[in-house]
Design a protein around this ligand. Structure first.
Ligand code: ZN
Length: 167
């Protein structure tokens, strides 16, 4: 990983506070074949960004990747992840519904069963409960995964930064 920063002097845009020179700061971070570019402006005299709100932008650049290719690639990656996660969620929900039905039926049976049968049914019920607990955990994980995929698709970044729709 290598991070470095360059500054470009802007010619006409001036600091709104002190009328000093404004520079465009570009910080490049190379991570696994991608270059993450962070851009913002700062006043040379004030030493900081003089604007009321941060103008910082993040751009992920993939050297060698055509714009169409990398955009389509990223979008289809996310779509595939999202679709796979949604399929898992659907399957888990269906399984959970089945298990809940089994559990209800097991409970009804328990009330009719003899003592021996009851013990066996209670074991089955405990088994089903632990299955349900496990499935609920898996469901929560899958939902979290869906959320992460959706967030990744929206391209939200840390506060103060906005992802831009270019690569
Ligand atoms: Zn200034």
């Amino acid at each position: 990983m290598a991070a470095h920063e360059v500054q470009l002097e802007l010619r006409t845009i001036r600091c709104p506070r002190c009328a000093g020179e404004i520079v465009l700061r570009i910080q490049a971070d190379e991570v696994s074949g991608q270059v993450r570019l962070e851009l913002d402006t700062a006043c040379v005299s004030c030493g900081v960004s003089p604007w009321n709100e941060s103008d910082q932008r993040l751009l992920v650049f993939r050297p060698g990747a055509a714009i169409g290719d990398s955009l389509a690639g990223a979008a289809s990656d996310f779509a595939a992840q999202l679709s796979a996660a949604q399929t898992r969620v659907d399957a888990l929900l269906a399984r959970q519904t089945d298990l809940e039905r089994d559990l209800q039926s097991a409970k009804r049976s328990v009330s009719r069963a003899s003592a021996d049968e009851r013990r066996r049914k209670e074991e089955l019920e405990a088994e089903l409960r632990s299955d349900i607990t496990r499935l609920e955990g898996a469901l929560a994980d899958a939902r979290a995964e869906v959320r992460r995929s959706e967030e990744a698709t929206r391209g939200s970044v840390t506060p103060g930064k906005r992802a831009i729709e270019l690569e």
